[in-house]
Write a protein that binds this ligand. Structure first.
Ligand SMILES: Cc1cc2nc3c(=O)[nH]c(=O)nc-3n(C[C@H](O)[C@H](O)[C@H](O)COP(=O)(O)O)c2cc1C
Length: 170
């Protein structure tokens, strides 16, 4: 059995230290690549079919609409992952509106995670998972969900120690 790192990350304007900054590479993607490099896991990027807006305010508006209506936006490429190949799955996302983006909700509800060990990680501006872990526990009932790793976006390049410890290398 293999290990997978599945993540969503947004390229464009983002919130960092409560200020709008433009990211060339998403914060969650930085962490996902580090985890894959340390564990030898396969890397899978969860993408939305209809791109989230580049501009922060527009993205926030869409995130709010999707959150309020509990939308499940389609994933680009549809169902193309063979989840049965993996028994350990890292799942990464930014915190949007105190939880994971709705396209990650689509991902979690599309595949069957029962019997798998799930290692959640997130990046954020405020330092916490918000309600995302609670929400994930409600959806992935048959999976074992471990303690997660939450990293502030501004800290992703200074978090190698925490990441190594998260993957069991420290
Ligand atoms: C639409 C949107 C909503 C956000 N909502 C929150 C939030 O509720 N709490 C928080 O701490 N950070 C929030 N942020 C900041 C992101 O979680 C943070 O910048 C994260 O590191 C972005 O990761 P990414 O570059 O991989 O997309 C939000 C960012 C965006 C774009």
């Amino acid at each position: 059995m293999k290990t997978l790192v599945a993540y969503f990350s947004h390229v464009g304007e983002n919130l960092q230290n409560n200020e709008i900054v433009e990211l060339k590479k998403g914060n969650t993607e930085v962490v996902a690549e580090k985890i894959a490099a340390l564990t030898g896991a396969d890397l899978y990027k969860i993408e939305e079919d209809e791109p989230y807006p580049f501009k922060y305010e527009d993205c926030l508006r869409r995130a709010r609409r999707e959150d309020e209506n509990n939308e499940h936006p389609a994933m680009k490429g549809g169902v193309r992952l063979n989840i049965d190949d993996y028994d350990q799955i890292y799942i990464g996302f930014p915190i949007w509106y105190r939880t994971y983006p709705r396209v990650v909700a689509t991902f979690l509800e599309t595949y069957d995670f029962s019997g798998k060990t799930v290692y959640p990680f997130c990046t954020n501006d405020e330092g916490t998972f918000g309600i995302s872990l609670l929400e994930m526990q409600g959806v992935l009932k048959g999976a074992e969900i471990t303690d997660g790793l939450a990293i502030r976006g501004v800290d992703v390049n200074d978090s190698d120690g925490r990441i190594r410890s998260f993957v069991g290398l420290l």
